[in-house]
Design a protein around this ligand. Sequence first.
Ligand SMILES: [Zn+2]
Length: 187
Amino acid sequence: MKPQAEGVKLSEPTVLKNQKCPMCMKDTLTVYEYQTEVPHFGTAYLFSVECSNCGFKLSDVEFENSLNPVKWTFIVENEDDLKPLVVKSSQALVKLGNIMKMEPGIGSDGFITTVEGLILRGKEILQQLYESEEDKDEKKKIWDLIKKLNKVLWGNAKLKIVIEDPYGNSAIVSEKAKKEALKVKKK
Ligand SMILES: [Zn+2]
C-alpha cells in the first residue's frame, strides 16, 4: 500500500515484513517506508503499515528535522492557492474554515497532497457523512457544506485553512502561509 503523496516523487520503499501488529499481536504486519524531498522542509519519510491477518492499515508522514509545535494558517483566495503542497501528519488537527475539522489520532492518516487535495479529502468525508445521515434536515446542512467547498474549488469563494501540529510534522509549502508557534496544552 502506497501512502498518498501528490506532487512529490517517492523513493523506492524499504519493506519490513513479519512485524508485530499492534492490533492483533501477530507477526503479520508489513511496514513500507518511502522517502521524499519537500521544498524548503527537506527530507520527509512516509510510512504505511498493513496487516495481512486483521486488515489493520495506517499511514503517516514525518520530517527528518521536525519543526517545533506549529500552527499554519493559509487563506485560499483564488485557483493558484489550490496548488501549494500540504504535508499533514496523523497528529495534526485540520480546520477548513467553519465548514469542517479533521481530528488527529487513531484513524487519521498522514499524507502529502496539494491544498486542492486537502479540500477534496474534506469533501469526501462530508459526502460519506451525507450518505450515512438519515435525518432530512441534517442531510441538507451537510449538503450546504459540500456546496461551500465546491465554490472554493471553483475559485468562487475564500477559505481559511488552519493546521495545528503539536509534533511539527505538518506544513503548507507557500510563502503566503502564516507560521506561528503552537501553544501546546500541558496536562
Ligand atoms: Zn493485525
